[in-house]
Design a protein around this ligand. Structure first.
Ligand SMILES: *Cc1c(COP(=O)(O)O)cnc(C)c1O
Length: 345
């Protein structure tokens, strides 16, 4: 077998969810949009539901429908994009809860599915999703008469706890929701770490479940082992890969491994990234190709069977920094070609 193996430690994700849950008095949900950040919403959803998670968030109704098939009846599944045209059957039949973002969505929802649960999403400054304060004040009484299950907003700068935007959004959220008899939610992972003022009734961690910044104390969840296909010796002056991206300056042993940018290993990370074997980091030699990467394994003194890109020695944020991006993008880019292994207790 020559495809790389992506190992996802469900126990670690559950442990991270429990640790985040222990940081607040609130209920802790789980955000599993984009197939749980690329790691498998069905497997993660079931593991977290077994661990006690009762509320899940997804981006769109289609993701909610797939998650409902995996979880069965019971857990609440809330949809950030709200109620879009064509969603009514999925929302109704599969018992999804749209987070209503606008007057239009509110009308669509109560007309198509009168009496069906919904939540409200408010914009407190991010200007991405949710009702603006003036829209909310016009709609508030009508919406509250229909018993929304939750009112939420989203923080733009929660991974920068000192940013003044956080306090500003918190103040606005209070102004829009204080005194209403409805459960409230404001915090993603970063918001949980900012402390009780931000917790309200329900928290919504996503990246923290998978060991990503800003929850750097989390247990790593993802391991990526890539098989070596071939090793060869280079004389000084010989080159490796497209555009002769690497030139040997000494006798060099190069291993060619079977994964590339088509598997989500971002080309931009190449010059600043190494792979691990036996506690040794080995630099990438030359450009990352679509399906192949050259690695300088000279320091190892022997030919490895496989090299590790992600694991205990090197987490998603190290790769993200090397590619000038964020751990979220590293995770969601992980490709479809890997052999996926899920570790359970
Ligand atoms: C993605 C998302 C979350 C989870 O954010 P993390 O930073 O991954 O914890 C929470 N709420 C909303 C609205 C989101 O879009």
């Amino acid at each position: 077998m020559s495809t790389a193996t992506l190992t996802i430690d469900l126990n670690a994700a559950v442990a991270n969810w429990r640790a985040l849950d222990a940081m607040s008095e609130s209920e802790t949900a789980a955000v599993v949009k984009a197939d749980a950040y690329g790691l498998g919403a069905d497997k993660l959803g079931r593991a977290l539901a077994r661990a006690g998670a009762r509320t899940f968030f997804v981006a769109v109704a289609e993701e909610g429908a797939a998650l409902r098939q995996a979880l069965g009846p019971g857990p609440a599944i809330l949809v950030f994009s709200g109620h879009m045209p064509g969603d009514a059957d999925m929302i109704g039949d599969l018992d999804l809860i749209p987070m209503i973002n606008s007057l239009d969505q509110m009308i669509r929802h109560v007309e198509a599915l009168p009496g069906h649960p919904f939540g409200i999403q408010l914009d407190t400054g991010m200007n991405r999703l949710g009702m603006e304060p003036h829209e909310w004040s016009a709609l508030c009484d009508i919406a509250l008469a229909q018993d929304p299950v939750l009112i939420m907003s989203h923080l733009a700068c929660a991974d920068m706890p000192d940013h003044e935007m956080n306090a500003r959004q918190l103040r606005t959220f209070h102004e829009l929701t204080d005194g209403l008899d409805v459960a409230r939610s404001l915090s993603n992972t970063g918001g949980i770490l900012m402390g009780p003022d931000y917790h309200f009734d329900l928290t919504r961690p996503g990246i923290g479940l998978f060991g990503g910044h800003p929850y750097t104390k989390a247990r790593p969840v993802v391991t990526l082992d890539i098989p070596v296909i071939q090793c060869r010796d280079l004389e000084p002056g010989e080159t490796v890969g497209y555009a002769n991206g690497y030139t040997a300056d000494r006798p060099t042993r190069i291993a060619t491994i079977n994964a590339g940018y088509a598997d989500g290993i971002l080309r931009a990370m190449g010059p600043r990234t190494g792979l691990w074997a036996d506690g040794t980091i080995l630099p990438i030699a030359g450009r990352i190709s679509m399906d192949l990467i050259g690695v300088d394994v000279t320091a190892l003194g022997q030919d490895p069977k496989s090299l590790q890109l992600l694991g205990d020695d090197q987490g998603i944020d190290i790769l993200a920094n090397a590619a000038d991006t964020i751990g979220y993008e590293v995770l969601t880019a992980l490709g479809a070609r890997y052999t996926r292994r899920y570790l359970t207790a």
